[in-house]
Design a protein around this ligand. Structure first.
Ligand code: ATP
Ligand code: MG
Length: 327
């Protein structure tokens, strides 16, 4: 069975973008792949975090994965920082990555341009991501479009390594959703909906209340043309709402355009809000059940045991090839 791997860093509260671009794909694929899903907590500290919030969010996010439909029987679920091999391998991969290629990462440039102080970790984090993937010989990595470049970097590092030291790493492929690869901020629909941007007015959080969800969607920025159709360039706000509806209803964009072609913006927003509310309230109900059941620690303990063994083996294979250690 081919292996699939995904992770959503606990750098902020999970959003509708995290669900549509990340978790939803893993749920769809979990029956057909050996699926790994983890909490990349080490990635979260590439930007400053409050320790008590991060601690809370780790368990919260596992409960949310489960509530979104990630089946613990079909997935290996684990916490990145509980397995030292991620960071160990990351160092080795850093030594096999060129400054030039790391410098080309557009997400770094984008995030760094908005901050006065930027950590070295924010720059090297795509290489830790490469380690996360290569350690487990993942064949497929479901990601939103913003992460495609990082998976390509991973492929380049792995190919270079294999070429120099002999076949070691599986070359992963990104899986990008056909609909919803980039859910946009509701207040600024030319910018990605992100969990760490600070301002949550344009982001729907998975745990937002019904009232807040409705308010955010009803005040989404649109345009003054008052015709509903899909055109990312000319109508980013409307296109984003159509995309959200399409993804959550599992209908094609054409079908959704057809449904709303004679509607005004108010009606479209109300229908999108209804669908988001139904989806998220269902998730929130299950989330509460998982939080109370104590299953989260059980799942993480089990995951830790499984991945430690796989990671150790791959890491030692790498050490041997490099002439490190005493093998
Ligand atoms: P941060 O702002 O901290 O980078 P993020 O919201 O971008 O957070 P990540 O943890 O970086 O979330 O990404 C987790 C997964 O979710 C990735 O596969 C990413 O591509 C996907 N993803 C994140 N935001 C969106 C979005 N707005 N639309 C579609 N996919 C998204
Ligand atoms: Mg991101």
């Amino acid at each position: 069975m081919k292996r699939l791997l995904t992770g959503l860093k606990p750098s902020g509260e999970l959003t509708l973008g995290s669900l549509i671009g990340g978790i939803k794909q893993s749920v769809e694929f979990q029956n057909n792949y050996d699926s790994f899903i983890f909490v990349p907590d080490l990635h979260a500290i590439t930007v400053p975090q409050e320790a008590y919030l991060l601690k809370e969010r780790i368990r919260k996010n596992v409960a949310l994965y489960l509530a979104c439909g990630i089946d613990p029987q079909k997935n290996t679920i684990y916490l990145q920082s509980e397995n030292v091999y991620h960071t160990n391998l990351s160092w080795i991969l850093e030594c096999h990555t060129y400054m030039g290629e790391a410098n080309r990462m557009t997400q770094y440039k984008d995030k760094a341009s908005k901050k006065e102080q930027v950590s070295v970790g924010l720059f090297t984090y795509p290489i830790l991501m490469a380690a996360d993937i290569l350690l487990y010989s993942a064949n497929f990595v479901p990601v939103g479009i913003d992460q495609k470049q990082h998976v390509e970097l991973t492929r380049n590092i792995a190919e270079r390594f294999n070429h120099k030291y002999g076949d070691t790493f599986t070359i992963p492929e990104p899986i990008i959703p056909k609909i919803g690869a980039k859910i946009m901020d509701l207040q600024n629909p030319t910018k990605k909906m992100s969990k760490s941007s600070g301002d949550t007015k344009g982001s729907i959080l998975l745990l937002d209340s019904e009232e807040v969800i409705r308010k955010k969607i009803m005040s989404a920025v649109t345009d003054s043309d008052n015709k509903v159709y899909f055109d990312i360039e000319k109508k980013p706000g409307i296109s984003n709402l159509l995309t959200i509806y399409s993804s959550l209803s599992n209908k094609s964009l054409q079908e959704v355009e057809e449904i709303f072609k004679d509607s005004n913006y108010g009606y479209l927003k109300k229908e999108v809000a209804d669908l988001v509310v139904i989806t998220l309230l269902e998730i929130q109900k299950k989330y509460q059940e998982y939080v109370q059941s104590g299953i989260v620690d059980e799942v993480l303990d089990h995951g830790r045991k499984t991945v430690e063994k796989i990671a150790k083996e791959k890491y030692e294979e790498v050490l041997k090839k490099l002439g490190l250690g005493r093998f």
